[in-house]
Design a protein around this ligand. Structure first.
Ligand code: NAP
Length: 249
């Protein structure tokens, strides 16, 4: 029997990129999967039909909005009764945001999507997460890269907050066997990654890993499915860097 049979997973931002690969991998491992998206309805429905409409639904909700978060959790529980695995993947990957160009509006928008959204989604979901459940947040390996460039100030600040939230939530929810970990990918070839990058930049970042290439969404999804499974019970409060060796130690 697949290892996640009978489990319910909610994946935010699951219509494209890493979230899509993650939803499909969780579905393949037997989980019922809620595919959250904000605008790509057709892409989300494709994910649902690949998993099987009997055990997957798509829900449109903006995770930076409190009312949408509440509705997302309500509809998920209404359909499947609980949330065993909460994957907080939706987020904005912004390269703009060096010190002198940051505006309050951009700060608020990025932190609403990357920090406030995941935090209040956990708060709203917790009453429905059974003992032994899983919470997975998303940071970036950029929080540990020494050659970080000034334009990533805002983005890495938001992901740093996610890593700190993870440490504290792991202690809090760990009392009833709910583990909280953060996935911190290196460059992964998704729409968000390619946006605004020249071929030269992509090549340069590919060369940061010893294998000389970008990561694939499926390579992140494989780690998520392990962390979602019962076998990962003793992994808690960790930031798991999935970057082919771009950062070590
Ligand atoms: P992506 O290709 O841009 O996909 C983003 C997904 O999130 C889409 O499904 C999008 O839905 C959804 N989304 C965006 N804003 C949302 C909101 N407010 N509410 C609900 N859904 C929303 O992104 P990605 O590259 O897969 O990144 C996923 C996560 O990994 C992010 O947290 C990112 O910071 C992190 N990450 C990515 C990389 C990388 O190199 N790709 C590296 C490190 C960390 P629609 O399709 O409906 O727009």
């Amino acid at each position: 029997m697949p290892r996640l049979t009978g489990k319910v997973a909610l994946v935010t931002g699951a219509s494209r990129g890493i979230g899509r690969a993650t939803a499909l991998a969780l579905g393949k491992d037997g989980a019922n999967v809620v595919v959250n998206y904000i605008s790509s309805a057709a892409a989300a429905e494709e994910v649902v039909s690949e998993i099987g409409p009997d055990r997957s639904i798509a829900i449109k909700a903006d995770v930076s909005n409190r009312d949408d978060i509440a509705r997302l959790i309500k509809e998920t529980v209404g359909r499947f009764g609980k949330i065993d695995v909460l994957v907080l993947n939706a987020g904005l990957l912004w390269q703009k945001g060096d010190l002198m160009s940051i505006s309050e509006e951009n700060f608020d928008r990025l932190f609403a999507a990357n920090v406030r959204g995941p935090l209040f989604t956990v708060q709203e979901a917790v009453p429905h997460i059974p003992d032994g459940g899983r919470v997975l947040l998303f940071s970036s390996s950029l929080t540990a890269v020494s050659m970080i460039t000034p334009n990533y100030l805002l983005y890495t600040a938001s992901k740093g907050a996610v890593e700190q939230m993870t440490r504290v939530l792991a202690k809090d929810l760990g009392r009833r066997g709910v583990t909280v970990n953060t996935i911190a990918p290196g460059p992964i070839g998704t729409d968000a990654y390619y946006e605004g990058k020249t071929e030269q930049m992509v090549q340069m970042q590919s060369n940061l890993s010893p294998a000389g290439r970008l990561g694939k969404p499926e390579e992140v999804a494989n780690v998520v499915t392990f962390l979602a499974s019962d076998e990962s019970q003793w992994v808690n409060g960790q930031t798991v860097r999935i970057n082919g060796g771009m950062t070590v130690g």
